[in-house]
Write a protein that binds this ligand. Sequence first.
Ligand SMILES: Nc1ncnc2c1ncn2[C@@H]1O[C@H](COP(=O)(O)OP(=O)(O)O)[C@@H](O)[C@H]1O
Ligand SMILES: Cc1cn([C@H]2C[C@H](O)[C@@H](COP(=O)(O)O)O2)c(=O)[nH]c1=O
Length: 278
Amino acid sequence: MSFTGRCIKSWWRSATRIYTQPAVTSGRLVNVGDKSEALFQTRAYSNNCYSTQHASRKLVWNGEEKKLVICIEGNIASGKTTCLEYFSRTSNIEVLTEPISKWRNVRGHNPLGLMYQDPTRWAMTLQTYVQLTMLDRHLSTTSAPVRMMERSIYSAKYIFVENLYRSGKMPEVDFAVLSEWFEWITQNINLPVDLIVYLQSSPQICQQRMRERCREEEKVVPLEYLEAIHQLYEDWLIKKTSFSIPAPVLVIPADQDLKKMLHHYEENREKILAARNV
Ligand SMILES: Nc1ncnc2c1ncn2[C@@H]1O[C@H](COP(=O)(O)OP(=O)(O)O)[C@@H](O)[C@H]1O
Ligand SMILES: Cc1cn([C@H]2C[C@H](O)[C@@H](COP(=O)(O)O)O2)c(=O)[nH]c1=O
């Protein structure tokens, strides 16, 4: 039996062990007594609820209405958070920024800072945690019909892990283990994205903004790092030559001043919020 098959089987086993009685999940009564309808719920994500989709055997949301999921992508300091702040003023949009406070402080440790200080030693530690916290973001529940989130589990892997590996800062064994995790997650858990908004900015402008923002950990980040991240984003979302893209892409040039950027966001509002038509 394949690794995937074994995992699903053992997940099923634990699901039926935990849920032999009807359970109330997120305020709804869910009957989980039948193995074929078994629900899986981790302890860590105790507010979330998944069911097994029989055709593809992917874990999917249980009976939730379809939400629109929009991921804002772009280089470091390209203006993603600023864009999200702008849209957060719109009612019915739930905004999820990157869980960077967690990356800077997990039980008193700072994996982001450690990674920038010594990537060969700490990149795996950071990226494992980024992957977990991004997965948590994708799976968190919302009552809003539209969700806008900063980056995604996809860019964490296709851009940042890829860059660390290609630049020789991540050992091959760490890359292999992270890739196995990523493939298992994306093959077995449904993580729908309806639209990617790519804030396309030049590495020089990002460097300028990053310096102005002055995040302590990023003081060591050279222009070449931003150039490498930029190239990976371009290959992925513009040239479409590297990895599969989970959703249509809307490109917004992001080098302009704040006033012009807010104007661009307003111009693109309809397109973004009707993401299925892009
Ligand atoms: N269009 C813009 N022009 C000038 N500065 C900007 C612009 N957009 C954002 N900034 C500033 O640049 C820095 C990085 O922006 P931020 O939105 O945090 O980027 P990201 O979330 O992509 O890292 C912040 O200090 C922000 O105030
Ligand atoms: C997703 C991801 C991010 N990082 C680093 C890159 C930056 O230093 C911060 C994110 O800041 P931004 O202003 O939101 O771009 O985290 C990383 O090292 N690995 C990752 O997968």
